[in-house]
Write a protein that binds this ligand. Structure first.
Ligand code: BES
Ligand code: MN
Length: 460
């Protein structure tokens, strides 16, 4: 069987073709949250199923109540098995006027410092990252005729919109999907030179509340202060979530949140994190989170409550003296360690109800719930992946935390009992979920090479 070096050489030689294939997927408008793009999501799933079949996977796009899930297997290698997860759906593109170009017409841009990037919605989150894995498989198949280990690929189309259908799909197809190790390429490197494995991710609990007061908008002079103002009620509810030290006030919120283990604290201390390096590039300088914790801890190992959206009353040009009939807010809690999303939702709803006057109403809408996850970095598979990454990038890979959430990691652990290696090649300045999303050309090329090495390492 031809070896790793031949595969790596093939990847470099075939890179332009790999880029063309990525561009083809980036042109598909797979915005999962907007029903207007359901056909595009289906088309994207079909594209992946067809592409995987073309490299010898037994693959199909499988319908769900929402967008399809693509599953493909190539078990010709026997021995150790891995399940790779990626998501083909993307976030909406608005505000469109802030894009320098059409978000679904990918192109190579050159940054002021000379760095070449792939510009398009989904380039980093997650199409470029998932195609990096697929391209590594393609290269192994082409050069060696087979993969180093048995691989299954699972591609979701609803990660950015709640992922409602994935847990049921995993449960229903346990036997088919179970593998020795999970692999996910939907995370970042520590910095552009330093590869990383994310060993802990935060969970999420999303809530939307609407406060209803009078049965119509009112003149704020005729009714002011006498009639309940839902904006004022909402402001109180939200302000009361935090104390003066930036701690969340919900009773029981910190249950299941230990202090960071010393060993992890030590590892993180060696990363050379600075507040200026973190907040500077986004135009800020003062950490706004819980007092007594570094900004790194605030985003990796401490829980948060964030107000993602709020609205009520007149927000157009000029001025209007009005008391609105209703006001609403979208709130997300990022959870760590053993915090229970359901207990937190309950505590939040109690907090809200206690602040809504008897003549007003509150409506709650749930937006997803997932626990945090932490993997034992002592598992031999982690050491193999770490070595493979270090070999590719010429610098030791680091174990890091991650502020974001990837709900499937917890579901894979819970339903299938699998540990997951989260290795990704995104960068902090990729603008995922924002206008002008990009993925560095080097992230893609060396991402492919990294996965080729990891597949090889896992076979040993
Ligand atoms: N890929 C991101 C999360 C991510 C990025 C984690 C970089 C670690 C490093 C993912 O697609 C995402 O954005 N997830 C959402 C959660 C979802 C339930 C809406 C998030 O974290 O907000
Ligand atoms: Mn993602």
């Amino acid at each position: 069987m031809a070896g790793l070096d031949a595969v790596l050489a093939h990847i470099d030689g075939d890179f332009d073709k790999a880029l063309e294939r990525l561009f083809a997927v980036l042109r598909i408008k797979s915005i999962s949250t907007d029903p207007a793009y359901a056909e595009e999501c289906k088309r994207n799933a079909d594209w992946h199923a067809e592409d995987l079949r073309s490299i010898g996977f037994d693959a199909a796009s499988r319908p769900t109540k929402g967008h399809p899930i693509v599953v493909g297997h190539d078990r010709s290698a026997g021995g150790k098995t891995a399940l790779f997860y990626g998501h083909y759906d993307v976030q909406p593109v608005d505000p469109l006027d802030l894009w320098t170009k059409d978000p679904f017409e990918p192109a190579i841009d050159t940054l002021p410092d000379g760095t070449k990037v792939i510009r398009a919605r989904g380039s980093a989150d997650d199409k470029g990252q998932l195609m990096a894995f697929v391209e590594a498989c393609r290269a192994w198949k082409k050069v060696a005729g087979k993969l180093p280990i048995a691989v299954s690929i699972l591609l979701e189309g609803e990660e950015e919109s709640g992922g409602a259908n994935l847990p049921g799909f995993l449960e229903a197809n346990k036997a088919e999907l179970k593998a020795d190790i999970g692999l996910i390429c939907d995370t970042n490197m520590w910095d552009p030179q330093t590869p990383a494995i994310v060993t802990m991710l935060r969970g999420l609990c999303g809530e939307e509340i609407t406060i209803h007061a009078a049965d119509r908008d009112l003149h704020s002079g005729f009714y002011g202060m006498a009639a309940a103002n839902p904006n004022r009620i909402l402001a109180k509810i939200l302000a009361d979530l935090y104390d003066e030290n930036g701690r969340i006030t919900l009773p029981g919120f910190y249950d299941g949140v230990p202090e960071l283990p010393e060993s992890l604290k030590k590892q993180w201390d060696t990363l050379g994190f600075t507040v200026e390096g973190f907040l500077g590039p986004i135009g800020l300088s003062i950490p706004a989170g819980e007092k007594g914790y570094s900004a790194l801890e605030q985003t990796w190992s401490r829980p948060t409550a964030e107000i993602n959206g709020m609205g009520g009353g007149y927000q157009g040009e000029g001025f209007k003296t009005v008391i609105p009939a209703k006001a609403s807010a979208k709130i997300s809690f990022r959870l760590v360690f053993d915090q229970d999303p359901h207990a937190i939702r309950k505590a939040f709803r109690e907090h809200v109800k206690a602040r809504v006057p008897a003549d007003c109403k509150v409506e709650f809408k749930e937006h997803g719930a997932g626990q945090a996850i932490r993997f034992p970095d002592t598992d031999p598979a982690f050491a193999k992946c770490r070595q493979a990454l270090s070999d590719e990038w010429g610098k030791p890979a680091v174990f890091i935390g991650g502020g974001g959430s990837i709900p499937v990691t917890h579901q894979l652990k819970q339903s299938l009992g699998m540990d997951v290696v989260l290795a990704g090649f995104g960068l902090d300045d990729d603008r995922i979920h924002s206008p002008n999303e990009k993925y560095n050309l080097e992230s893609f090329r060396r991402g492919i090479r990294s996965w080729a090495r990891i597949l090889d390492a896992l076979s040993r």
